[in-house]
Design a protein around this ligand. Structure first.
Ligand SMILES: *C/C=C(C)/C=C/C=C(C)/C=C/C1=C(C)CCCC1(C)C
Length: 261
């Protein structure tokens, strides 16, 4: 029996200890992401046409996060240290997918792939700089945080003032605009949670004010708010637009019936 357990030791997950609150938030994060994924994939069949693409991407974002959270929880429980690599690999996959969500909802109103690439480029600058500031150049974390913020500002500019905003304005579609504005608020207020976590590291501007252990808690809260919240906005937009499409269909059908009669 002992031999059996020992053979399978590498497959057993590290246990969370009582009082390990950071570990708890990793665990809750993995469950929340998994539950959200099931929800988004199940709702896939409830929406019509191109809205299925948007729902699929929402589900992929939370699915990728769920898998990373599973690994991050284990890494944390084993080492009691931040799973920085898993964290940034998760972000480098999911943040561009969030840019894809913007592109998908604006595509019908003339969004070009160029807009998508521009937003992905800003995301990469933001995340690569953040990673370097947390790892290789930790002593100079404020400088790398600043470079990262330039990438973040680029995304903010696109969705609040740039071409993405203009496409939304020109759409003359109140449902789309409402959804777009909600997503823009997530990028402005929700994404601003992350720099707060970053600044708690020992070379950061908030070092001493907020304990450094809170970084992962802050990132975990940010991920739950942003990945699940973003997906729910897309879901409600997709459902409203699908219902509207169905209504127009019925109206068109009714019109035809009258003409025929
Ligand atoms: C699902 C994951 C998301 C939405 C991650 C977003 C991450 C950010 C907005 C990170 C931003 C950062 C800065 C603006 C400066 C400091 C370094 C970062 C990478 C934490």
């Amino acid at each position: 029996m002992d031999a059996l357990v020992n053979n399978f030791q590498p497959l057993l997950l590290a246990q969370l200890k009582s009082g390990d609150y950071v570990g708890f938030t990793f665990f809750i994060g993995s469950m929340a992401m998994a539950a959200a994924t099931v929800f988004f994939f199940f709702q896939f069949s409830q929406v019509k046409g191109k809205w299925k693409d948007s729902m699929l991407v929402s589900g992929l974002i939370t699915f990728i996060a769920a898998v990373h959270y599973f690994y991050m929880r284990d890494f944390w429980a084993t080492n009691q240290a931040s799973p920085t690599e898993f964290r940034y690999i998760d972000w480098i996959l999911t943040v561009p997918l969030m840019c894809v969500e913007f592109y998908l909802i604006l595509r019908a109103f003339g969004a070009k792939v160029g807009l998508l690439w521009k937003m992905i480029f800003y995301s990469v600058v933001m995340l690569v700089a953040g990673y370097l500031g947390e790892t290789v150049f930790r002593d100079a974390s404020p400088l790398w945080g600043f470079i990262s913020t330039i990438g973040y500002a680029g995304i903010l500019y696109e969705v609040w003032m740039g071409s993405a905003k203009r496409l939304s304005n020109n759409s003359n579609d109140p449902i789309l605009q409402k959804g777009f504005n909600a997503l823009a608020w997530f990028v402005f207020a929700g994404w601003a949670i992350y720099p707060i976590g970053y600044m708690t590291i020992e070379t950061g501007w908030l070092a001493g004010l907020i304990p450094a252990e809170s970084m992962d808690i802050i990132y975990n809260i940010g991920d739950a708010v942003n990945k699940i919240g973003f997906g729910l906005v897309i879901y409600s937009l997709a459902v409203s637009k699908s219902a509207q499409g169905a209504e127009q269909h019925v109206e068109a059908g009714a019109g035809k019936a009258t003409t025929n009669a």
